[in-house]
Design a protein around this ligand. Sequence first.
Ligand code: PLP
Length: 225
Amino acid sequence: MVKENIARLQGEIYRTAIQAGRNPADIRIIAVTKNVPVDRIIPALGEGVTDLGENRVQELLDKQPGLDPGLHWHMIGHLQTNKVKSIIGKICLIHSLDSWRLAVEIDGRSREAGIVSEVLVQVNVAGEETKYGLEPLEVADFIREGMSLKGLSIKGLMTIAPYTGDPGEVRPVFAKLRGLFNDIRNKMPEVPLTHLSMGMTNDFLVAVEEGATLLRIGTGIFGGR
Ligand SMILES: *Cc1c(COP(=O)(O)O)cnc(C)c1O
């Protein structure tokens, strides 16, 4: 099941990227493993999946020792400042930087550990009350100020689109994030933004069309949670 799902997703992503005039090699699947036990994750790894995403620190820490140490782990969910200490150095990318306080904590803990942590700024593009993330208008200044924090390196932007089955509704959200990404790249070439993390099981093909480089896919790989 998992194998077939990944093969199908890879085919769809490849075709959609080509149609959109993009290089499929610029797009990576992050297999979202929240609520998926280790024995169900292993079959996915033979299929070219090298990146795993979790939204809870404890779950990530519990699973990590049981899996190949060469895997890349992504923290994709809201991160509480008191949990930062336990994951610094154990993940390749934090997608959910959503406050200055969290930035300062990641910076301090990373410098203590002698590393630089790579992060994405989460943007609440649709302005939903229930979602974390900066408002689009705050992002450029936040990134400019973030350059003073030497323990972290801002690599791009992330968003979670509103939950809807209608691609017509999510497309403007993704397009807006890409517009913001391009604006910041033009205005601040000294901050090398490379990643746009957007697109989940319901909307990843629209995200590919709109420029996503990291797709966070759970249900489409492992089935319903
Ligand atoms: C759960 C989750 C996903 C994956 O969602 P699916 O719809 O199962 O693909 C992606 N991003 C975040 C932040 C999540 O929490």
